[in-house]
Design a protein around this ligand. Structure first.
Ligand SMILES: NC(=O)c1ccc[n+]([C@@H]2O[C@H](COP(=O)([O-])OP(=O)(O)OC[C@H]3O[C@@H](n4cnc5c(N)ncnc54)[C@H](OP(=O)(O)O)[C@@H]3O)[C@@H](O)[C@H]2O)c1
Length: 330
């Protein structure tokens, strides 16, 4: 089968597109004919070596996939041949990556794809959707009527946070780096969408939410607590989920005197049961048309190195090249 893989970490051109043996499903694994995969910033960190990971080479890159079950291991009970499924959380531990024509995935990681949702759309929501769900419901416990802020409303995580917060009945403030993207944020359901490059974001937040923001979703890798804590409401919650090397100043006084709380979130810590519970809501919301994928572009799998280059430029070097996910098709 064709696959995109690396034999060492390094820049995007360490990614090879070539032939690897087709895997055989054992125990409770399903063999999936892959229809779509996508790129996440964590793929870039792993491929570049920025995150020390215990990789065995050749290492097939990629976390997420959507496709169809074509063969079952002897212990599979929940899925049958022909089921359309999606998964995230692959390419870690003993789990193989997803950027290949075929992939084996243990059934614990699989979720059925709703009949009216495409493989491209469901894969674009997979990792970022589960992240948003865990952060909003399990961590921040967002309630209807509350005000939520998230940066980058057309980004991978940001676009899921905006839409899910709306589904949960919150009032959403978000930002984007161009007026065109600001318009997209409004279409996703943001009540207040601001251009962070040209507008006074903090002033607009204070005007919109004079009592403060109830949930601040910090998606930037350089959180600035001196700026954001004064914008939180009494009992405000903040979610931090990016910036492994960040060591910002933390103003304790203004934080504890408002009974605020801070929630660290790494979606890969969630159990498969927790992820599956989130996936059920995601499936229902996507099937109902309430949660939409933001696909920036679709490339052939052979362009995996180019996809990594674009994601790296956009997210890590802040070139704002993307408004959503890069999806690839074998
Ligand atoms: N902890 C977890 O479980 C978890 C899960 C998924 C992702 N992450 C991390 O979360 C971060 C975001 O991931 P992603 O997939 O959403 O990336 P992404 O699609 O590249 O989105 C990044 C967003 O940040 C916005 N942005 C950049 N600079 C900004 C600034 N100065 N002010 C306001 N907004 C700014 C961008 O807006 P414009 O494009 O409009 O400029 C873009 O929408 C990454 O660091 C990733 O590693 C963590």
């Amino acid at each position: 089968m064709k696959a995109a893989y690396i034999n060492q970490t390094g820049p995007p051109d360490v990614i090879t597109y070539g032939d690897l043996p087709t895997p055989k499903p054992i125990r409770s694994q399903c063999l999936i004919k892959v229809a779509a995969v996508d790129v996440n910033p964590i793929d870039v960190y792993i491929r570049s070596g920025a995150i020390p990971a215990n990789l065995s080479f050749p290492y097939i890159i990629g976390r997420d996939l959507a496709g169809t079950v074509i063969e079952r291991g002897p212990k599979v009970t929940r899925f049958k041949v022909g089921d359309r499924v999606w998964a995230t959380g692959q390419g870690a531990g003993d789990r193989s990556g997803t950027f290949s024509e075929m992939a084996v995935v243990d059934e614990r990681w699989l979720h059925l794809t709703p009949a009216n949702v495409s493989d491209e759309d469901v894969v674009a929501v997979s990792l970022v959707g589960i992240t948003a769900h865990l952060g909003l419901l399990s961590h921040a416990k967002l309630k209807a009527g509350e005000v939520l802020f998230v940066n980058g409303g057309t980004g991978g995580v940001g676009s899921s946070v905006v839409q899910m917060a709306r589904i949960l009945g919150a009032r959403v403030i978000t930002t984007a780096g161009s007026d065109e993207k600001v318009g997209e944020c409004r279409k996703l359901g943001a009540e207040l969408a601001l251009n962070y490059k040209t507008q006074d974001v903090d002033g607009a937040i204070r005007k919109f939410a004079p009592d403060g923001v109830n949930v601040w979703w910090e998606s930037l890798r350089e959180p600035n607590f001196e700026r954001t804590i004064p914008l939180l409401s009494m009992r405000g919650r903040m979610v931090v989920m990016a910036g492994r090397d960040a060591r910002p100043v933390f103003p304790v006084g203004p934080f504890y005197t408002k009974d605020c709380s801070l929630h660290g979130l790494a979606m890969f810590n969630a159990t498969t049961e927790e992820q599956d519970a989130a996936a059920q809501d995601i499936n229902r919301w996507m099937a109902d048309g309430k949660l939409k994928a933001r696909v920036d572009r679709i490339l052939p799998l052979s362009k995996a190195a180019e996809a990594h280059r674009i994601q790296e430029e956009s997210t890590i070097h802040k070139k704002s090249l993307l408004a959503g996910k890069i999806v690839l098709k074998p």
